[in-house]
Structures are given as C-alpha cells and as structure tokens.
Design a protein around this ligand. Structure first.
Ligand code: G3I
Length: 358
C-alpha cells in the first residue's frame, strides 16, 4: 500500500512516468482508481498485438483504464476473414486481458463501410443475400462473445458511420445492397443475438465542432434516424459520439447530446482524441496544446458525468505512442491522447482524474 501511495504522490507531482513501474494495481490517484471510485467507464482503444509485444503498454492499459474497446480486432476484416471462417483470436485475447484485470469492453463494430474483406466487397449479391450475410455476421460474432464473455461486454457499436458530412447515407455495400433499412435490420439482428446488450449507433461530427445538433447536417440526420427508431421501437439503446476533435472546434458534448437524453437514449464519447492545430509543424507548441487537451478531456468527462444518460468516455488509443493519428500523413505531430509516448500522465490525464474525483 505504501508503494502505491508513493507512486500516487509522484504521479500527482507529475514526475513519475506512470505505466512503466506501476505495480499490478493502479495507483491511488490514477485515472483507473478515480474512474472505479466514480463507477465510471474510462477506456482506451487497444490492440492485442501490442499487449504481447510491449509490456509497458499492457501495464499502462491495466493501470489507467477500466474499459477496453478493440481498435480493430472485432472489425469485419479481422473477425470474419473468409465466408465460412471466423477468427475470434484477437478479440478473445483482449477479452481475456479485460477479464483478468477486472475491466469491461465495448464491442466495435459490426456493420461499417470500412475494413471489409475482399470476399464481401467484390461479390454481387441480391438484397436477401446481403441481408443474410449481415445477419449471419452479427449473430455469429455476438453469439460467440455472449457465450464466452457475458461478464465482460456491456455496450456494442452495431452500425458505424452510416452518414456522410452532408447528412446523406454513405454509399456502402450495405446501403447499396440492402437499402436504407439496413441500419434497422442490423439493430434488430443484434437484439435477437444478445438481448440486454446496450446497442449503439456510432459516428463522428466531421470536425464541425458544432454543439447544436440541428446545425450539423450529419448530427441532424442521426437525430432524425434515432427519433424514427424510437417511434417504431427499433432496438437502439444509445448514440456514440466519437470525439475525434481539434483544439479549435471542441464541441460542448453536453449540449450536443441533449436530444439523446430527451429521446430516452444513452450516449457515450467513444473515440476521444484531440489534435492541436496550434501544434502542427513547424510551430509545435506542446505546452499550449497539452493545456488545450486538458481542458477538452476534462470538459468531455465532466459533460458525461453530469448526464444521467452517459457513463462512458473512451480515448482512441492507450498513449500517444500508439495513436492511429501517428500513421495519418496529415498530422505526423499528433500527440492526441491523455498519456504520452512513455505512458506518462499528461495534463489531460490529471484533468480526467480531477473531473472523476468530483
Ligand atoms: O492488418 C493490416 C496488416 O496486415 C497490414 O500489413 C497493414 C499494412 O498497412 O495494414 C493493416 O491494416 C490496418 C488496420 O488499421 C489494422 O492495423 C489498415 O491498413 C489501417 O487502415 C487500419 O486503420 C484503422 C482505421 O480505423 C481504418 O479506417 C485504425 O487502426 C483505427 O484506429 C481506425 O479506427 C476508426 C474507428 O474504427 C471508427 N472511427 C474512426 C476511427 C479512426 O479512423
């Protein structure tokens, strides 16, 4: 206990790179301990390959988070690589890690336009064949995790990013092959496969940073869909706001999600990260960027804590070292998360602890 106390004090002082020598249990002032005490789901997107390759990564994931979202392990191309073959290995490794460390998981994502294997995208099919393919995928994946890890998963992104920035339907294989009702069918298949699982629609706001949903074409389209679903008892339980934000357009999530609560749905911030336009090369102003991130991460957690319909904020990665943005050419300077490249606490991590500690 003394060791944890010492670690915790050093962490508070900002002088201890948490995640490298932290004992198997989270420090007393860690984001994980603050989340657990607040009965709040604070998570990270994770990759099984890094769990095995990087002990510091595994330690940081276990010590700083209470929830895991598989960054890619449960997407179609990984989990259903061939018509008659499913590969639950990567997802199971994350679920085993979550179970071993007392963590929960958000499933991500069953129906999306991206990361589809060639055998799905290159075939022509009738509408009924597309519906059958989508149903088999949903029922098989949810069926596996319902039977193998019923204690671990609590929310699932059923459909991801069905709308484009104009609020129009994306021309995905699902949209073209089935039509508008593919979204409703996906949620009905998912409810049939796992009654009691929180089924979410997940999307991003195209960086408009708008806090008034009706002023964002995409958010307004999602709101119309959700309203129609509620009136027709389509089994939609929640809306995921991804939260890929920039310092100049960080939305007020509480305002943005007000309509969700009024519809009787839950909401979550599912993929939080923040790039700093002020930190783009050549002028890399790290202190200003990290202070801006602290305000944004703190405000996001505060908005969720203050809402009776929200209990989950997930950042999209464990640390700046593994962020997807590092591979995006448009932001090679990305340091978008609450933990730095040595898994140390950045101002945003302290802001999360502060907001969760009331
Ligand atoms: O698995 C292959 C590997 O075999 C191959 O050698 C390698 C060559 O580049 O590619 C690997 O696949 C990559 C995959 O991530 C797994 O690492 C893809 O190229 C790469 O495009 C893919 O990127 C993912 C991206 O979704 C795809 O759109 C990111 O890791 C992931 O963080 C990102 O996550 C999405 C959310 O799921 C939905 N919301 C937006 C978010 C950011 O795009």
């Amino acid at each position: 206990m003394l060791r944890c106390l010492v670690v915790g004090l050093l962490v508070l002082a900002g002088s201890f790179p948490v995640g490298s020598f932290v004992p198997a249990t989270a420090g007393p002032r860690s984001t994980r301990t603050a989340a657990a005490r607040a009965d709040f789901n604070w998570g990270a997107a994770a990759r099984p390959s890094l769990l095995e390759r990087d002990p510091g990564y595994a330690q940081a994931l276990a010590d700083n988070f209470t929830v895991i979202t598989p960054e890619n392990a449960l997407k179609f191309d990984t989990v259903h690589p061939a018509p008659d073959r499913y590969d639950f290995g990567p997802g199971d490794r994350l679920a085993d890690f979550a179970r071993a460390h007392g963590m929960k998981m958000r499933g991500h994502t069953l129906v999306w336009h991206a990361q589809l294997p060639d055998w799905v995208t290159r075939e022509t099919r009738t509408r009924d064949q597309w519906i059958g393919l989508m149903r088999d995928h949903i029922v098989t994946v949810l069926g596996h995790y319902r039977s193998a890890y019923p204690d671990v998963f609590y929310q699932w992104d059923v459909v991801n990013e069905a709308f484009d920035g104009r609020g129009e339907r994306r021309p995905s294989v699902w949209q073209k092959g089935i039509g508008d009702d593919y979204v409703e069918l996906a949620f009905r298949f998912a409810r049939e496969a796992w009654p009691g699982m929180q089924l979410f629609y997940n999307d991003f706001d195209d960086g408009t940073g708008e806090s008034d949903c009706d002023r964002s074409a995409k958010c307004a389209a999602i709101k119309r869909l959700a309203t129609r679903f509620r009136s027709r008892s389509v089994p939609l339980d929640g809306i995921g706001f991804q939260g890929h934000i920039k310092d100049l357009d960080s939305p007020d999530f509480g305002s943005l999600a007000g309509w969700v609560e009024r519809l009787g749905l839950r909401w979550a911030i599912t993929e939080l990260d923040m790039t700093c336009t002020s930190a783009r090369p050549p002028q890399v102003d790290r202190p200003a960027c990290f202070a801006s991130q602290a305000r944004a991460f703190g405000a996001a957690v505060r908005a969720c804590v203050d809402s009776p319909a929200c209990d989950t904020v997930v950042q999209w990665g464990v640390s700046d070292r593994d962020s997807w943005l590092n591979r995006m050419t448009y932001d090679p300077s990305a340091n978008p998360l609450a933990f730095d490249r040595q898994f140390g606490y950045k101002p945003a991590a302290y802001a999360v602890v502060k907001e969760l500690s009331g």
